[in-house]
Design a protein around this ligand. Sequence first.
Ligand SMILES: [Zn+2]
Length: 102
Amino acid sequence: MAPSAMTRRRVLLTGAAVLSGFGAAAGLRPRPAAAAFAQQEMPPDVEKLYLAGCSVADGPTHQRIIDETRARLAGTATDDEIRAVLARLTCPICGCPVLPPA
Ligand SMILES: [Zn+2]
């Protein structure tokens, strides 16, 4: 290990120890992870897209993402490579895979 990496590690560990001690001295307790999440209303334009394209299998939003990806990769990747990309691609609106399960 390079000496500079060791130094950085020691600095980080020392900093974490100092911050931990400071938090304990200040009476801070770790908050539950659930406090880090907040439920929000879906904005109307996103809700419209979701209902129009994501709430049904093989919906138009997913098909548009598939078509745009195929067009973008055409000529630069093989069909197998494009299929592999599409298999890993998730919808930015609903988070589901854009390809329906086989
Ligand atoms: Zn979607």
